[in-house]
Design a protein. Sequence first.
Length: 439
Amino acid sequence: MKTRVYVITSCHTKAKPQARTGPQAKQRASLAIFKKDAPQYEFFFMIRRFRQQQGSRTARELTSPQTLGQTWTPRRVMFSLLFFIVLFLGVVTTQPRVKGYLVRLLGKVHRGARPRRIKSLPSSKMKEWERAQRSTHDVPEILEDGLNIPNVVHMIFGLDPNFGHIKFGLTHYLAIMAARMHIDPQFIKWHYRYVPEGIWWECARPLLKMNRVEDIIHVHGKPRPMKVQHKADILRMRIMMEEGGIYLDSDVIALKSFRELRNFSLVMGQEDSNGLCNAVMLGRANTTFIQRWWNEYKHFDPEKQWAYHSVMLPKQLQSQYPDEVTVLSQSAFFTPLWTQLTVMYDKDDGYDYRHNFAVHLWTSADPNKRELLRHLSIPQIFSGKGSFQRVARQLLVDAHRKNQLCPYAAEQVKYLMMGGSNSTLITDDWEVKKDWKLD
């Protein structure tokens, strides 16, 4: 039994009626029936030249390399390849599952492991996250709860355009989240002049009540050229005089509730034998001790010792007026000290943080550690060997279990808690996009 194969010569050109008989007429008649019954197949093989004897060739002969070589010219091959490449790229860029499969396949081939790439926050999840947080933390006024010190947390960041050479990163998000989870304030008031950027700022922003401040160039009416650290010292003094509450540096991680400390009028912590550190302060508005302290700023000299007015001066005033301020031991807020950063970040000595109300990360004390915290990521926390990483791991796990992490952090913590490898978790912390996928 012979098989006849009819091939279309053109898709859009109608053949002129010809009064011919023979094989060619039979071929044109069959082609017309084929086009009428199955128009969706008209784009199949396009071959221009037909010979009379081709009507009797089999399908194997028509698809042989010799026959195809006569019809598929280099130009046709080039355009066909270009078409399929464009089609392939379109499918890859529009289908996240296909893209994720290719990323995993290429990563497995080239790195021997399965990479997981978290790109950015999802716009839909982020909006839902913002609505949920603002509904509970955007409180217009301070509410009374029977204690001396208002349950409001104050933080300062971004008083100059370069943010004091400190990028808003994971450590700042941890400080904000820890204050919210452990202190449980009515709101966290964020005092700033310039708004930071980045993925961790997108996570932290819904938790804050923003308060833009003016630039600080005068002290007691006199112009003073100051560094950003001194501006922050003066601003926190004004906050404690006008509003009161709980002041925390943006690199202080709260470890438990401050409720028992709010029964006093003013609370500070011992940094060392020579000073009281102003990185953590709790107080009512405009206490006597704060007034005395602020009056000493009339003699403020930025060229004097770096921490004189912020650390040494309050210690001198406390020795003269011990009843006006409650001083806690160094272990309350400032252990490990800034001289023990190796223990904090590189080698865990097993220090028990249960006696700490908070831990200060001393971001500005060591340029090397500042650079480490600048690029800190959740996988590095889970694989770190220092005591800070141990505390941060527990904080992230507790926050995840209480559903208090933003979606970006929650996906990473969930993956690492399930036994995921740190080496295969890839994060793009510097980039914020409209949509993201966990591939």
